[in-house]
Design a protein around this ligand. Structure first.
Ligand code: GAL
Length: 677
């Protein structure tokens, strides 16, 4: 019934262990009366089933699930491995994760374990098995969540078990130390290894950082470890599932190949969407160009990339706040609705709110749920009821795919390399921000596509693919993009593409290395833009653009020079080269994208504002489109508290209000319009 393509379903996160049993029945009845059909439970409650090592008791959740069945509430049950019990970490401190210096993280918060501890893996496997054996056949259970937010809180691991597992990972990858030494470039600074026992996860060094090629392998290893821990659990659970029940996990965190994890272990991914973070991370709210909560659409698009059908396991419903950090205000009237619709517009067919009632104890007493501590009826509960009425009207949208003609190409190696390498990181950050903002403000829906998981068929769906700064280029990726262009696609590369191989070492080919034949370009010189260079400008057929962060001077070999630098010592050198390839074209742009440059590319390449014939939208509104059976549903989301005026240029059905709309339509502050066109 979840993600079945027929309905949008609402849920909430509930913690029976936080409330007296006398409250459970009424809570369930009240949820159901307000449109909540599914609850997620038990992700932090290991002790309720195994209070002592090897002692199993099922009464607590049996009593609770009895009530769920009596009430007609459906349940997502979780494995409890995000919070190891005190008895476990006290007896087996080797299960703890450690900081870079090898000092263990102690009991008292959560996610303090490491994925590779043999004892933790075996105790996790056993609790998963026990839960599956006892609960999986309960009629109220519809699916399972693995752990909670893999790689949240901390996404680096330095325990002894991690070093041991890293050695196994590396032996499997390289077979011999000679190959490892070559891949890590250990000839530099006398780092050669002569025995596997000398190899560790990165450790404290002078300067704090280790060999960069080792670090790149280490991030791959963390992803591998998290995936293997997820698979350990899903392999145990899977045979116990009732037909139709699913396995998922929640969140989207660093150092984890979510595509691979989803393919190996999950039926779909769920995301935890807290757009209110925009108001605690971005303390200076005076920047008129900032996208604030609208930026969360980027995370939703990333979730969709890994799992085309997905849900939201935790959707913001109240103010944020841990006892010591992350303060953000209560969502204003309408924002809970707006953020729910943002999730649905981007492809979520299940939205579950965090949490039913605000906790009265512990670290998250300010992380508000739908209800406050007192449980009294409140504004957010009333808003939930209205949202439920809206989701019923949106039933036809369930199962619809997100529709975009533009994709931003990424891959995990480059995401991780950009984190490790400042030259890479700065161009990547600038361009990702610019491309997303330009797409948002020109109302151009975009998808993220991961080259390491995509097929040529998937790429071929897009008219234009931006591949901003894949500094690491593989022959397979260069080949796929060449075929994509030959078939009629347009691919746009930014500066610094293809100067590294998969080990993260620089290639000695003429740049841009593996994509030189595709782009027809040659880069005789490159530089960070010097701090004293001022505004470095580019002329593209009379349109002035500004170079950002880096300048590759790019000249055509068998391509065409499209634009030139017009300032500093770069003046007169090429800034943009293109080459016709089969039915398509490849561009090499010698710098990072500014928002303006991204907009100009989208406009010149004819993919900006694909809905301009149907609607004229103010910049403050986002456009997101889902399509099913040839029917498009366009969501217009207004992130501002003031009304937005939209001009609908032909009569379209109004999905939420019934009837049709045409001409000037006012979308209220934080309001949403969904039209069929
Ligand atoms: C999520 C997490 C929840 C809760 C929430 C608020 O990241 O999954 O358990 O902690 O944040 O902090």
């Amino acid at each position: 019934m979840l993600l079945d393509g027929n309905r949008i379903v609402l849920g909430t996160c509930y913690y029976p262990e936080h409330w007296p049993e006398s409250m459970w029945r009424e809570d369930l009845a009240r949820m159901l009366a307000n449109g909540i059909e599914v609850i997620r439970i038990a992700e932090f409650a290991w002790n309720k089933t195994e209070p002592e090592e090897g002692v199993f008791t099922y009464d607590f959740f049996d009593s609770f699930l009895d009530l769920c069945e009596e009430a007609g509430m459906k349940v997502i049950f979780c494995t409890p491995t995000a919070t190891p019990p005190a008895w476990l970490t006290h007896k087996y401190p080797e299960a703890l994760n450690c900081d870079l210096s090898g000092v263990p993280y102690r009991h008292g918060l959560r996610r303090h374990y490491n994925y590779n501890s043999p004892i933790y893996r075996s105790l996790s496997a056993r609790i998963t098995q026990k839960l599956a054996e006892h609960y999986a056949q309960r009629p109220c259970i519809i699916g399972w969540q693995l752990d909670n937010e893999f790689n949240c809180e901390v996404n680096v691991f330095y325990s002894e078990a991690d070093s041991a597992a890293f050695r196994v990972f590396l032996k499997d990858k390289y077979q011999t130390l000679e190959k490892l030494n070559a891949a890590w470039g250990t000839a530099f600074w006398n780092q050669d290894y002569t025995d596997w026992a000398q190899v560790y996860v990165p450790r404290q060094t002078v300067g704090g950082r280790s060999n960069p090629h080792q670090e790149l392998d280490y991030l791959r290893f963390i992803s591998h470890s998290a995936r293997s821990f997820a698979k350990l659990q899903s392999d145990i659970l899977r045979p116990y599932l009732k037909p139709g029940d699913f396995i998922t996990t929640n969140g989207l965190f660093g150092h984890l190949d979510n595509h691979a994890m989803t393919a190996e272990s999950l039926d779909f991914l769920t995301y935890d969407s807290y757009p209110n973070f925009a108001y605690c991370m971005d303390t200076d709210h005076s920047d008129p160009t900032a996208l604030y909560d609208r930026k969360w659409s980027r995370n939703l698009s990333e979730t969709r990339a890994a799992s085309p059908h997905f849900g939201i396991m935790e959707q913001q419903s109240g103010a944020n706040g841990w006892i010591n950090r992350m303060e953000a205000p209560t969502p204003r009237p309408g924002q809970m609705t707006l953020w729910t619709m943002q999730s649905i517009a981007h492809g979520a067919d299940f939205v579950s709110y965090f949490r039913w009632r605000t906790c009265t104890m512990g670290t998250e007493i300010y992380w508000h749920g739908i209800l406050d501590y007192s449980s009294r009826d409140n504004r957010r509960l009333r808003e939930l009821k209205q949202i439920h009425a809206m989701t019923e009207k949106l039933a036809p949208v369930a199962g619809a795919a997100f529709k975009a003609e533009v994709a931003i190409l990424r891959d995990y190696d480059n995401v991780w390399d950009a984190e490790l390498d400042v030259w890479h990181g700065r161009v990547e950050e600038a361009s990702q921000k610019a491309l997303f903002a330009a797409a948002q403000r020109t109302h151009t829906p975009v998808d993220f596509v991961y080259a390491d998981h995509a097929s040529l068929e998937q790429l071929a769906k897009y008219k234009v693919i931006f591949c901003p700064h894949a500094t690491i280029m593989t022959p397979a990726c260069a080949d796929m993009l060449t075929q994509y262009a030959e078939r009629g696609g347009t691919v746009v590369f930014g500066c610094r593409t293809a100067y590294k191989n998969a080990t993260g070492q620089c290639v000695m080919d003429r740049l841009p290395g593996l994509i030189a034949p595709l782009t027809g370009a040659d880069i005789p010189e490159y530089s960070f833009i010097a701090p004293d260079a001022g505004r470095v400008t580019i002329d593209w057929d009379g349109t002035e653009l500004e170079a950002a962060v880096f300048a590759d001077l790019v000249e055509p070999v068998d391509g065409v020079r499209e634009a030139v630098y017009t300032s500093d010592y770069y003046a007169g050198s090429g800034a943009l080269v293109s080459k016709a390839v089969g039915k398509g074209r490849a561009y090499y742009y010698g710098t990072a994208f500014t928002e303006e440059a991204a907009r100009v590319f989208m406009e010149k390449l004819g993919v900006a504002s694909p809905w301009a014939d149907v609607m004229e939208l103010p910049e403050s509104c986002e456009l997101a489109v889902r399509e099913k059976d040839g029917q498009a549903y366009a969501f217009v989301l207004n992130y501002k508290k003031d009304c937005a005026k939209v001009v609908v240029k032909r009569e379209c059905a109004d999905v939420l209000n019934g009837g049709t709309v045409c001409g000037e339509v006012v979308v209220p502050g934080y309001g949403v319009m969904v039209i069929k066109a």
